[in-house]
Design a protein around this ligand. Structure first.
Ligand code: ADP
Ligand code: MG
Length: 504
């Protein structure tokens, strides 16, 4: 009996030892795996780094490229397009105007009434709809007929006191958020599609004419009287409220900027025909490129697999359409190189399956257990990962968004530098601290900016880092909800009042 007991005890000890060994081995393996993940994260952080010195080089590069783009057509990747907008709205405009805004993800239709004073601006109606994805690679006819039918529905629901009963044609501004070579305020040809649009045989077409044709085919009493880049709309709205507004930036599906330039600096345009001595220039900054941009293997892959590879390099690092996909690519690579996310999810391999609104939801998840992160990962086919892995995902979102926001800040600082408003020592200029800095307002619009707090905070922080506190205090970043759409209608109104006055 005693011997049996001894043998049983010995056997139990052996089993316990083996279990312990297995557990220790597993723990060691897990630790080793986690160390690998920590290494991957470190590499990620390094490759996405945007130290201040590098941002400053980018600021210089942007200012230089802006100059090159103003000197000659094709002189820079920045197209620096003429807009034929010289007078910006100032609050004295009157009348009822419409705008149809085709963005990257949404289209909006608005009707505004202006009573001749800033305070009397009334947005009478505004509609916002997602652009059906089937339109993105449809035909010109399908796209413009869709827009015209939406306009038709919009005006059909107007009340009897509306403009329709006054026997006046409706005046509409077409806010268009793709690169256009303007030939006047009311006409311009598409240079190329961006942001996932791929409607063939449209480059070179007059965009305003396309919409007017579709509107006429439906017998609508609408005159497409202005073709306005969305950034120019945002600038108009900003200027309407605050005359110190000299630039506008859109951070939405894509990203772009415009600013007010002296006509004598637009060397490529011999006869700019403006009365104010300045003209708004649409930078098309999404196409900015510099060897100083922190380009990673994720960016290279994203670009190679995109519809417009070798194009819009800056936009692909900061645009709302792309941030989610960069985060997806990082998670996918980590799940391939370690098994911390469990078996590799096929959903994770689907381009654009992770959207930037999910990135901000994960990044700003303030629940102790990171419930939002868990839910989104589950939708990506990655269920039940431990808390430390969820924390890792938040960190990935942080790394990708922080880079985007800091690059965005460098872009804005580049415009300020070009205008001599960044406080740096310029040709024959004194340091800003020696003189009174001019107050400068930059209008900002777009779903990425307005909905993603961490993006805004990182951008503000980087602006202060780049410009220094004294200069940054003079630079006001003003969010303009629906500014592109409303501002385009204001711009149309202002061009009408100029015409009315000059006709007298
Ligand atoms: P558009 O680009 O069509 O003019 P918006 O300016 O509204 O439209 O921008 C839409 C884009 O903003 C979306 O494609 C998305 O990338 C980004 N976005 C929207 N909501 C959020 C959010 N909650 N967090 C982060 N990004 C967002
Ligand atoms: Mg937009």
């Amino acid at each position: 009996m005693g011997r049996v007991l001894v043998m049983l005890t010995a056997a139990a000890a052996v089993v316990a030892c083996s279990v312990a060994t297995v557990m220790v081995r597993r723990r060691v393996r897990r630790r080793r795996k986690w160390r690998k993940v920590v290494g991957l994260l470190k590499d990620l952080e390094e490759s996405f780094e945007t130290p201040l010195g590098r941002l400053r080089q980018m600021v210089d590069a942007i200012a230089v490229e802006m100059q090159a783009g103003l000197v000659s057509e094709g002189g820079s990747k920045l197209k620096m397009l003429l807009t034929f907008v010289d007078d910006l709205p100032n609050g004295s405009e009157r009348g009822t105007y419409y705008a149809l805004h085709l963005g990257g993800s949404y289209f909006r239709i608005i009707r505004v009434h202006l009573g001749g004073q800033r305070s009397s601006l009334e947005v009478q109606d505004i509609e916002r709809h997602s652009i059906p994805t089937s339109l993105l690679n449809s035909t010109s006819e399908v796209l413009f007929d869709f827009l015209a039918s939406s306009l038709q529905r919009f005006i059909e629901k107007e009340g009897h006191d509306s403009i329709s009963s006054q026997d006046v044609k409706r005046e509409l501004a077409f806010t268009f958020s793709f690169p256009v070579k303007q030939t006047s305020l009311s006409s311009g040809v598409l240079i190329k599609w961006t942001k996932g649009f791929a409607i063939s045989e449209m480059a070179g077409e007059d965009i305003a004419e396309c919409l007017q044709g579709a509107v006429d085919r439906r017998g609508l009493d609408i005159h497409v009287a202005a073709l306005v880049n969305d950034t120019v709309g945002a600038l108009s709205y900003g200027h309407y409220h605050d005359p110190d507004t000299i630039a506008a930036v859109v951070f939405g599906t894509g990203s772009n900027a415009c600013y007010l330039e002296r006509t004598d600096a637009i060397i490529k345009c011999q006869n700019p025909r403006t009365t104010s001595g300045s003209m708004v220039v649409n930078m098309e900054w999404g196409n900015f490129w510099s060897s100083r941009l922190p380009r990673t293997s994720y960016d290279i892959e994203l670009d190679a697999e995109s519809l417009n590879s070798n194009d819009m390099g800056f936009e692909k690092m900061i645009g709302g359409m792309y941030l989610g996909d960069i985060v997806r690519r990082v998670i996918l690579r980590m799940s391939q190189e370690s098994d911390i996310f469990g078996p590799i999810s096929s959903i994770l391999s689907t381009p654009f399956v992770l959207r930037t609104n999910s990135v901000s939801a994960m990044h700003e998840d303030d629940t102790p257990e990171l419930h939002e992160v868990a839910t989104i990962l589950k939708h990506l086919g990655v269920p039940k990962v431990p808390l430390k892995v969820r924390k890792l995902v938040v960190k990935i979102c942080d790394v990708v968004t922080r880079r985007a926001a800091r690059l965005a800040a460098a872009g804005i600082s580049g415009i300020l530098k070009k205008l001599g408003r960044d406080g740096s020592v310029g040709e024959g200029r004194r340091r800003s601290s020696d003189k009174q800095m001019m107050r400068t307002v930059v209008a900002v619009e777009g779903g990425l900016y307005s909905n993603y707090r961490m993006f805004r905070e990182y951008m503000d922080e980087a602006l202060r880092d780049i410009l220094g506190d004294d200069v940054a205090r003079q630079v006001v970043i003003k969010a303009m909800e629906d500014g592109s759409s409303i501002g385009s209608a204001l711009l149309l109104a202002s061009s009408h009042s100029v015409r009315t006055i000059s006709n007298i």
